[in-house]
Design a protein around this ligand. Structure first.
Ligand code: GLN
Length: 554
């Protein structure tokens, strides 16, 4: 055992840092994930780490319109949507070791200092902070036993927040010469008034890396159109990178095309060459098959997603629901349908009832994803009632399950003021209430990372639709909630045809509900979207999309 461990530790591990140039939001995460997928297809063990440079300890306390989706790992860490991208592309479960923020780094360092962990020495920004970062990257690599660890540094180079991470990269490169590569994912704009692709911002981004003591090995050029040869040469000369290492990454119809686009330009081979890795196999078949399946999925299935985290200033974004969107796509492609997603703002329903009906009529199925607080919930319940009464396939995710119970309590059981205590603590029928262990946390204002998080087992009842979909008795799915279906009302709901088809092993928590006399009305307390993968759609999404596809209207 001892010698095995030694062997294990002494084995060579390589690291690729992915940095961003010019602006954020250009797809660094998908690029990181795609490079990972290409290396994995060549038989390497690959893992990925995301760094978010902000000072929040995790994004769990951030507003979704500001941050986008909070992705939850199986072991219960609240992370950013890129971890979701890595999991979907690598088809691996990642965990706490794969994510860090500056807040989490400083928390560790300060706690260590308080317990004399630095042995009386002065704790310095450099090297102590980069050392903590490097230590964490190494742990992630060890845990995954990775040949290659891809580390994505959030934000863009030149930002104040990034400096210590670039310093970590520099120090790691110094310690492990030949084992560390740097990729720069940069944006090349085509200003409307010029009609020409400009390379200068990317040149400056490369210089920012140089100023931090780093030289990019690879420049990935994100742009609407592929970068052409003259501009590739320009970047090659000005950024000191071989022309073959300037890679075009134009916009594509589906993010799952990105690995194929990079493969065409031999990105994996360039990396393998530079890191002097030995390839044992090449198997890109499943990516080509996925791409062809996507292209051949022509007949549409229209799924409405009713949410509220859309607006930032004058712009409307669906980022807060990223995994839901991906999960719908995976399921639709699996059955050869083209996913058509309609984003619906529940607050609009409350104001315009006529428009609401019109919008509902155009849908084959409806999803209500997770959420918090009172804004927009009446509109969500209008949609649930519509789905229930018009036999429109419905899938509720977390809040979407809780609100389905509130809606039925009000409209079918006749308890007019039924509610979740999240909204009305004084309701006479608290059909959704705070979980026992949450009371104290709320009193203490202990909000960060204290929800019921991560995966927990759920036992599926025989003879239910949920059991038929999962084809297993016990499944594990990921959670993020404080409230639960109040068990006191279970019998009342059963009398009106609600089945509690999934429960926690101790029977205490309702995990899945479904309606008996409905083609597909299913809702879960967990978030099934978090475990959906392009090659393995989640069973509940598959159920919804199948039911929606056999909708008579089309
Ligand atoms: N607000 C609800 C709760 O805390 C639902 C959370 C969610 O949808 N993720 O239980």
């Amino acid at each position: 055992m001892k010698s095995m461990r030694k062997n294990h530790k002494s084995r060579r591990r390589t690291t690729i840092f992915i940095t961003g140039g010019v602006m954020s939001g250009v797809g660094k995460g998908v690029t990181t994930a795609s490079i990972g997928a290409l290396l994995k297809a060549r038989g390497f063990k690959v893992t990925a780490v995301k760094i978010d440079p902000y000072l929040n300890v995790d994004p769990g306390t951030l507003n979704p319109t500001e941050h986008g989706e909070v992705f939850v790992t199986y072991d219960g860490l609240e992370t950013d949507q890129d971890i979701g991208n890595y999991e979907r592309f690598l088809d691996e479960d990642l965990g706490r070791a794969n994510y860090m923020t500056s807040g989490s780094i400083f928390q560790t360092i300060i706690n260590r200092e308080r317990s004399m962990g630095y042995g009386g020495k002065t704790v310095e920004w450099v090297p102590d902070v980069p050392n903590e970062i490097i230590g964490r990257i190494k742990i992630a690599a060890e845990l995954a036993d990775a040949d290659v660890t891809i580390v994505e540094i959030g934000g863009t180079v030149g930002e104040y927040q990034n400096l210590l991470y670039l310093e970590a990269c520099r120090m790691m490169r110094l310690d492990y010469p030949g084992d560390v590569l740097i990729g720069l994912v940069s944006y090349l704009p085509v200003p409307g008034n010029l009609g020409e692709m400009k390379t200068k911002p990317t040149q400056y981004a490369a210089r920012s890396l140089n100023a931090a003591g780093l030289q990019p090995d690879l420049i990935i050029c994100r742009s609407a159109q592929p970068i052409d040869e003259p501009r590739k040469r320009k970047l090659s000369i000005s950024c000191n990178v071989a022309p073959a290492d300037v890679v075009a990454a134009p916009d594509v119809a589906s993010i799952y095309e990105v690995p194929l686009k990079l493969e065409e330009q031999h990105v994996a081979e360039r990396i393998i060459d530079k890191l002097k890795l030995k390839v044992s196999k090449i198997d890109g078949k499943k990516w080509r098959e996925l791409s062809s399946r996507i292209q051949h999925s022509i007949k549409p299935v229209r799924i409405g997603v009713v949410g509220k985290y859309f607006s930032t200033g004058n712009f409307t974004l669906s980022d807060a629901y990223l995994s839901v969107l991906e999960a719908i796509k995976h399921a639709a492609w699996h059955i050869g349908r083209k996913p058509e997603i309609v984003w619906l703002n529940s607050e609009d329903f409350e104001q315009n009832k006529l428009n609401f009906k019109k919008q509902m009529k155009g849908l084959d199925g409806i999803i209500i994803p997770g959420g918090f607080g009172s804004r927009g919930i009446e509109g969500k319940m209008m949609a649930i009632r519509y789905a229930r009464e018009h036999k429109l396939p419905y899938l509720g995710l977390c809040y979407g399950m809780q609100l389905a119970l509130v809606e039925m309590a009000r409209d079918v059981l006749g308890w007019k003021d039924a509610n979740t205590t999240e909204i009305n603590p004084d309701t006479t029928h608290p059909v959704i209430h705070l979980m026992d262990e949450q009371e104290k946390k709320m009193e203490d204002k202990n909000y960060g990372g204290t929800m019921r998080l991560g995966d927990y087992p759920c036992v599926l009842k025989k003879g239910t639709a949920a059991r038929r979909l999962y084809r297993e008795e016990i499944v594990r799915e990921r959670h993020r909630h404080r409230y639960e279906a109040n068990p006191k009302y279970r019998e009342d709901f059963e009398k009106i045809g609600v089945r509690f088809s999934g429960l926690s092993p101790d029977n205490k928590l309702a995990e899945i509900i479904e309606l008996e006399k409905h083609p597909f009305f299913m809702a879960s307390q967990f978030h099934p979207e978090l475990t959906s993968r392009p090659f393995r759609p989640n069973p509940l999404f598959l159920g919804l999309v199948k039911a929606a596809s056999s909708n008579k209207k089309r």
